[in-house]
Design a protein around this ligand. Structure first.
Ligand code: ZN
Length: 102
């Protein structure tokens, strides 16, 4: 017992919450309008050495129930999800001041 992180629910050896908190990363959440009036929510600024992008994408997609891709340290989600993305990032353990909404 006491082996599970209370922030992310992962076993301590897999948990990156403390690392995230220590790093002074600035995560940008940007809503872009593209071709055919489609909106995308782009999340950038993660330190890809510290953050498992595939895991983060998976988590965001299941929370937001939308499609998305991760590449070049950038996550693109279909639709406008500013608020929910922020909520999810906070849940994972990012500090509120580390998240910038554009
Ligand atoms: Zn954790």
């Amino acid at each position: 017992m006491g082996e599970i992180c209370s922030t992310c629910g992962l076993p301590k050896e897999l948990c990156v919450c403390e690392t995230i908190a220590k790093e002074n990363q600035v995560i940008e959440v940007i809503v872009e309008k593209r071709k055919f009036g489609k909106h995308y929510t782009v999340v950038t600024g993660m330190d890809t050495k510290e953050i498992d992008m595939d895991q983060l994408l998976k988590k965001l997609k299941s929370k937001l129930a939308c499609g998305g891709t991760a590449k070049d340290g950038k996550i693109e989600l279909q639709g406008q999800h500013r608020q929910k993305v922020k909520e999810t990032l906070l849940e994972i353990g990012f500090a509120p001041e580390a998240i910038v909404m554009r």
